[in-house]
Design a binder for this molecule. Structure first.
Ligand code: TTP
Ligand code: CA
Length: 359
């Protein structure tokens, strides 16, 4: 028995929660690129705003036009704040399940086969309890799906939103999935959906009735097998705990294109601090440091330095960033965006202090 949990209009819900006067307004959480007042994109919007045609990914200026004449709240994204809520919600989930796999800041798969003893009634109770605890402790609503497979659990959490709980028993699986458009299946984008339309496949049910050889010609063997099994609710991918992060990075847009390392470093400083805070917060030690440069044609170049021993030291990080940035601008000229990344983590304190000591 697999579940999928997804917080409702997450960033915007957190903003509403912290400032209840926003509740009746369209709320837009935005990433301002910092160039001109309105340049940037909408990260997410509450349901009020969505009714008015605003959604994730559209330019802020476009959203303003849509909402002209309507009182609306435009709020700057505060990722660290949402991460705090996310971590606490995931902790609540963890306490209630056998196994979980977080797949984004506001979503996770989980397994409750053992805890439910295979009973979907018990499974439903567990899901209700998770929702109630998240609401009580964090005052956030989420939507949960309980189903026999990961794909169907994700479809179920998406089925009723916000504050939904959808349970799909094995006997209901086919009738639940059949009427849905194929685009709802994970991994089917516009292109695949179009190609499927060419062979009269519009719904998941249509797809389920095609056999692998019929799909093979169009999509190749591997994709054909995936399409066939997922449409038939036969995906059997297990819920897998994820390991720690493999990299930590931040990227910023410069106020204006620049090749001056000092000017760039001054703007990069908060990102460097952020990365360092995250590294120490997770008790990590990194061995590689990279500076990423985005040019005005949006092409990307990276310079990396590998350290002899892992460290979490901020002056090492800052010094390497400055060196790498100097090299990058002297090679490339003006940069438009600049990022910092640390990777090659080692966890053990003892080991790293020992290697530092030996050095
Ligand atoms: P989603 O779960 O896709 O969206 P949502 O939680 O805002 O709304 P829904 O109720 O439909 O689940 O994304 C989770 C968060 O990730 C979202 O609150 C903001 C962020 N996000 C972006 O920053 N950019 C994007 O393009 C998308 C889709 C999400
Ligand atoms: Ca969500």
């Amino acid at each position: 028995m697999v579940g999928h949990l997804d917080l409702d209009y997450f960033y915007a819900q957190v903003e509403e929660l912290e400032n209840p006067s926003l509740r009746d307004l369209p709320v837009l959480v935005c990433v301002y690129s910092g160039r001109t007042g309105d340049s940037g994109v909408v990260s997410t919007a509450n349901y009020r705003a969505r009714e008015l045609g605003v959604r994730s990914g559209i330019p802020i200026a476009f959203a303003k036009k849509r909402l002209a004449g309507t009182e609306a709240a435009f709020i700057r994204v505060d990722r660290e704040k949402y991460e705090g809520y996310s971590e606490r919600v995931m902790e609540i989930l963890r306490e209630n399940v056998d196994l979980m796999e977080q797949t984004g800041i506001d979503e996770a798969f989980f397994e409750i086969t053992k805890r439910s003893g295979g009973s979907f009634e018990t499974g439903t109770e567990i899901a209700s309890r998770i929702k109630a605890q998240i609401l009580e402790r964090e005052r956030l609503t989420c939507s949960v799906g309980i189903a026999p497979t990961k794909i169907s659990a994700k479809l179920a959490s998406d089925f009723k939103k916000p504050d939904g709980l959808t349970v799909v028993r094995p006997s209901e699986l086919a009738s639940f999935m059949e009427p849905m458009p194929v685009e709802k299946l994970y991994g089917i984008g516009e292109k695949t959906a179009k190609a499927l339309q060419g062979i009269d496949v519009v719904t998941i049910g249509d797809l389920a009735r095609k056999d692998v050889p019929q799909l093979d010609d169009l999509f190749g063997q591997k994709m054909a097998v995936y399409l066939h099994s997922s449409a038939n609710g036969e995906d059997d991918e297990p819920v897998q705990e994820r390991g720690q992060a493999t990299q930590i990075s931040r990227i910023i847009t410069l106020k204006r294109d620049s090749r001056n390392p000092e000017e760039i470093l001054a703007q990069l400083a908060p990102a460097l601090e952020d990365v360092h805070r995250k590294v120490t917060g997770e008790g990590l030690f990194f061995r590689s440091i990279s500076v990423i440069g985005v040019l005005s044609d949006l092409s990307i170049r990276t310079r990396t330095k590998t350290l002899e021993a892992p460290t979490s030291d901020s002056s090492t990080l800052n010094r390497a960033a400055s060196e790498l940035l100097g090299a990058l601008v002297s090679e490339l000229g003006d940069l438009r965006r600049v990022g910092i990344k640390v990777a090659d983590f080692e966890e053990s304190k003892e080991q790293s202090s020992l290697s530092e000591f030996l050095r």
